[in-house]
Structures are given as structure tokens and as C-alpha cells.
Ligand binder design. Structure first.
Ligand code: VGL
Ligand code: ZN
Length: 194
């Protein structure tokens, strides 16, 4: 579906961190393939002077989501470690960009960039009405961030060519996409944007 970027739109890049890339602690298969398309989306928003938000998983080393601490995941995205850094090829703008850390307290996890953060306030303060969302993982943090946006009253555009999932169960990512679309998100790829 064709979509025109307007001045009440923002881009949210979800968790494009080393630990979620092939070779990382919690790799998303082909996770690195989101970087190229995301850089193109970032350039489109930057060119229009629109804000770009980068969420990051930013866990303490004994986080509740980690195996051995009550969770199901291998330790990942531990605060201030190499694995928590953004992918080195991700083109983070120098201006009008915001880093949103989530899952920062030991006893709470956050798959959504809106959970326990000021993301909704930052968007609302800027008059943003709709968010474009890409990144990893489709079936966890992308899904929950898109649904979080909708629950906060924002329109949500899912960047189909700039998401990858972990698929712990087969088909999880496809199901996540279906769920986001059924809740009102609109799926697009780069060729749909004018
Ligand atoms: C994520 C699993 C655990 C994600 C974060 O970014 O989708 N998945 N923590
Ligand atoms: Zn995590």
C-alpha cells in the first residue's frame, strides 16, 4: 500500500544490536539484513527533519529474562558490553535522534519500546501521530513495540522489508506479522513510500 511520509511521522528502529545479529549471544537469523533497508528509511526521515528513535535492550548482567535468573534467554545485551552496541553499519543520525533503553531493571523485562520508557511522551511532545517500525525481532520486540504504539493511540506502519524474527517456534514471525496487521498496523516496503 502506498504511504506518504508526513511531518507527524516518526521512525522507530528496534534493537539493532550486535547480540541479535548472527554470531551474537541471541542471534536472529539474517538479522543483519535489516541494516541496509533501515539505513534507507533513516535517510528518508532524516532528510525530512523527522525524529528517529532507536530502542535498545539494555539489561543488567543478572536480568530476570536470562537463563539461570528465571528467564528463557541466554544472557544478551548486557549494559555497556560489546554485545549491547548497535550494529556498526547502522547510520545513526547526529541530530533529532533518540536512544530508548528498555529492560534496564533486574526484575522487569520489556519487549516493547513503550514499556517502562518515556518513548510515548517523547513522541506526543513532538506531535507525532504515526510511527514506522522496523528492526528485530519481529516476533518479540518489533511485535510488542507495534502493538504498544497502537495501544498508545499512534498509527503504526510495519516495515516488512526491514524486520527479521527469531522463530523459536516455526512460523512465529509470520504469525506476529498477521497479529500486527489484524490490530491495525499497515505493512509497507521501501517501494511504497513516496
Ligand atoms: C528480544 C528476546 C529477548 C528482542 C529482546 O529484541 O526482540 N528478544 N530480548
Ligand atoms: Zn532482552
Amino acid at each position: 500500500m502506498k504511504v506518504r511520509i508526513t511531518d507527524t511521522d516518526a521512525l522507530i528502529v528496534v534493537d539493532v544490536q550486535r547480540d541479535f545479529m548472527p554470531g551474537g549471544a541471541l542471534p536472529v537469523p539474517e538479522g543483519d539484513l535489516v541494516v541496509g533497508p533501515l539505513n534507507e528509511y533513516i535517510a528518508l526521515f532524516e532528510k525530512r527533519g523527522l525524529p528517529v528513535f532507536f530502542t535498545r535492550d539494555w539489561h543488567p548482567k543478572d536480568h530476570i529474562s536470562f537463563k539461570g535468573y528465571g528467564g528463557i534467554w541466554p544472557p544478551h545485551c548486557v549494559q555497556d558490553t560489546e554485545g549491547a552496541m548497535f550494529h556498526p553499519d547502522l547510520k545513526i543520525p547526529s541530530d533529532n535522534k533518540f536512544i530508548i533503553s528498555k529492560g534496564t531493571s533486574r526484575d522487569f523485562d520489556a519487549y516493547s519500546g513503550f514499556q517502562g520508557t518515556v518513548l510515548a511522551d517523547l513522541l506526543k511532545e513532538r506531535g507525532i501521530k504515526r510511527v514506522f517500525v522496523g528492526g528485530v525481532a519481529t516476533d518479540y520486540c518489533v511485535k510488542n513495540t507495534v502493538i504498544g504504539a497502537i495501544n498508545e493511540g499512534f498509527g503504526a506502519i510495519l516495515l516488512l522489508d526491514a524486520v527479521k524474527g527469531v522463530d523459536v517456534g516455526p512460523g512465529d514471525s509470520d504469525k506476529a506479522i498477521e497479529e500486527m496487521l489484524s490490530r491495525g498496523a499497515v505493512g509497507v516496503d521501501l517501494s511504497d513510500l513516496s
